[in-house]
Design a protein around this ligand. Structure first.
Ligand code: AMP
Ligand code: ZN
Ligand code: FE
Ligand code: FE
Length: 279
């Protein structure tokens, strides 16, 4: 069984439709795939139809924008109810925050000599309800200013870049509770990747695991070195947390994140599914 529990479609900031993603997953030899778009469940229906055609088991998921002490932490939610009122309300607020910051980013880019209009960005966003920095990066590329998303992040859009603007995210403890209350299993995405590495210390992870309904840690992820994976695996075992591995595939939007480049063990997957209310 080849299991990849973290992928993005163009319903957020990936570049494939959910159906294209499932077709590529089959080509990559995957048996189980979670579609985990940022702050939205909107791609799941299309993904489910396509997954059924491809003979793939789709795990309904979502990657929620959370925050801890001012730093960004991503929380993967597996099997949460997309219609849960409290969770939906928070996700709406996060997506409004995504939209609301676009103007401020564009003002910074203009001051840096890279003027774009909001329409330029919205052309890249298309039908996605979840506007992200990658769409702004795509608009910069389409305008001929830069070569690709990577250059846009490296020079302007990263968390420490000159065009970065904070946006609303859900306090991490609340996010974990919201996901669990919606019947989902919560797994912290790439805990020691850039952004969350500094705030998710061992002590913090220990207290989160002991006080909140946290199911696991995404250990095998391209943002983690071999040494970090070894340490996180040990920590997860000590804390009684499940260890997942995933690609964080974004289509052509991110290199070195090919489908199936990291995978999750079958036994762990079964335990994860047992932690959520999926029928
Ligand atoms: P946002 O959701 O607007 O905060 O943007 C964060 C998203 O940008 C992440 O989920 C990644 O998909 C993408 N991203 C972050 N850093 C990079 C990078 N260096 N190159 C390409 N994409 C990136
Ligand atoms: Zn993304
Ligand atoms: Fe993430
Ligand atoms: Fe992701």
């Amino acid at each position: 069984m080849r299991i990849d529990l973290h992928t993005h479609s163009n319903v957020s900031d990936g570049t494939d439709t959910p159906a294209e993603l499932m077709a590529k997953a089959r080509q990559a030899g995957l048996d189980v795939v979670a579609l985990s778009d940022h702050d939205t469940f909107d791609g799941l229906d299309q993904a489910a139809e396509s997954a059924a055609r491809q003979g793939i088991r789709l795990v309904p998921a979502m990657e929620m924008s959370a925050a801890l002490n001012g730093s960004s932490v991503h929380l993967l939610a597996y099997g949460a109810d997309p219609t849960d009122a409290a969770l939906s309300a928070e996700l709406t607020r996060v997506r409004q925050g995504r939209m609301g910051r676009v103007g401020a980013v564009l003002a910074k880019l203009a001051a840096l000599g890279l003027p774009l209009t909001e329409d330029d960005v919205m052309r890249q966003v298309g039908d996605s309800p979840s506007v992200g920095r990658p769409h702004i990066a795509d608009a910069l590329v389409a305008a001929g200013y830069l070569a690709d998303r990577r250059e846009a992040f490296d020079r302007y859009l990263s968390d420490t870049g000159p065009a970065h603007v904070e946006r609303y995210a859900v306090d991490l403890a609340s996010a974990i509770r919201l996901v669990a209350d919606a019947g989902g299993a919560a797994v912290i995405a790439h805990p020691w990747g850039r952004g969350s590495r500094d705030v998710l210390t061992r002590d913090t992870l220990r207290s989160l695991a002991s006080q909140l309904p946290l199911a696991g840690l995404e250990v095998d992820h391209q943002d983690h070195t071999h040494e970090q994976r070894t340490q996180l695996r040990r920590l997860a075992r000590d804390l009684g947390l499940l260890v997942t591995g995933s690609s964080d595939f974004h289509g052509d939007g991110k290199t070195d994140h090919d489908l199936g480049c990291n995978t999750t063990e079958s036994a762990v997957f079964e335990q994860l599914m047992a932690r959520c209310d999926l029928a």
